[in-house]
Ligand binder design. Structure first.
Ligand SMILES: [Zn+2]
Length: 312
């Protein structure tokens, strides 16, 4: 039966998405159709225990490709990365510092040619290929989640930078009075606009609730503190978007990620801030859109990247 599947399936690639909360793998056809999709929780492992996470990833990949014949692979990972070395040091996976991720995926997949790309860039590539930005000539993908990620796709081509870290828009400077960022700097966009930072801000102002999802519900119900937290996040994100739009002549910004799933409570104030602050005509035309691909954006973008870069 499996032989029949192999011969009838369209040419497909292995896409892998590595994050602090989940590890995902998929087989994606050249049309973008997802043939297989599996995910597991990222095992909690202390610094130095790289093998614990690696074994979970290797098992996941082996199960995903069992019976199939992918022609290439790409892995999207939380950063920072070293694309030349093929290594990743995801901030929220402390067990992995300079972890040889490309070698790991290559070995688990039986020697597939494997490319490495940042997770937010992969999400941007996915949205530009099959999601909310298919008509875009200069797209910024924003991932609003436990951190703020970003990725540029300019003229249909992802802009990675020489080390693979281009697009770290969460660490653009937004406000001198904001708290210290996990990156060590002060005033980063991320310290106002990430889910945990919004919740911390709301807690200090007297809001009681567990997480960003609850905060979004409160904002939808009109709670002024919750609305204030989203408004402050939108203000910091607008700073980032306006800077990127002026720098790159953007036409579309696609906003995705767990916090962005809150929808209008974030998107509306973001659009309002941009409209209020933008002056130059080419900056004013930037359109903010909700992401369409959800959790699969990174996998679909990684697949696109693998298809473009396959050597087999
Ligand atoms: Zn920072």
């Amino acid at each position: 039966v499996r032989i029949t599947i192999m011969t009838t399936a369209e040419p497909h690639v292995l896409a892998v998405d590595v994050g602090g909360t989940k590890l995902a793998a998929a087989l994606v056809g050249e049309s973008g159709r997802v043939l297989v999709h599996r995910e597991v929780h990222t095992p909690a492992a202390p610094a130095g225990a790289a093998g614990v996470v690696a074994h979970a990833l290797i098992d996941l990949i082996k199960q995903t490709i069992d019976g199939y014949r992918p022609i290439a692979a790409a892995v999207a990972s939380a950063g920072p990365l070293d694309s030349a070395a093929g290594t990743a040091s995801p901030v929220n996976i402390p067990a992995w510092r300079d972890f040889p991720l490309v070698d790991c995926v290559m070995e688990a997949s039986g020697g597939l040619s494997t490319a490495l790309i940042g997770d937010a860039i992969a999400a941007a590539v996915g949205e530009q290929w099959l999601g909310a930005g298919t008509d875009s000539a200069a797209l910024l993908g924003l991932v609003v989640s436990t951190g703020i990620g970003g990725g540029l796709v300019l003229g249909g081509v992802p802009f990675l930078g020489p080390t693979g870290n281009a697009g770290h828009i969460g660490h653009i400077y937004a406000d001198a009075y904001m708290e210290e960022c996990p990156c060590g700097a002060r005033g980063c966009v991320e310290t106002a606009a990430s889910g945990p930072s919004m919740v911390r801000y709301a807690h200090r102002a007297g809001w009681i609730g567990p997480d960003a999802r609850a905060l979004a519900e409160s904002a939808r119900a009109g709670n002024p503190v919750a609305c204030g937290a989203f408004s402050r996040a939108a203000d910091a994100l607008a700073t980032a978007v306006l800077g990127a739009a002026a720098l790159c002549d953007l036409d579309v910004v696609v906003v995705g990620g767990g916090v962005a799933a809150a929808g209008e409570v974030l998107i509306r104030p973001l659009r309002e801030r941009i409209a209020h602050r933008a002056r130059m005509e080419f900056v004013r035309r930037v359109e903010v859109r909700q992401a369409l691909l959800g959790r699969q954006a990174g996998l679909i973008g990684a697949a696109r990247y693998a298809l473009r870069h396959q050597t087999g």
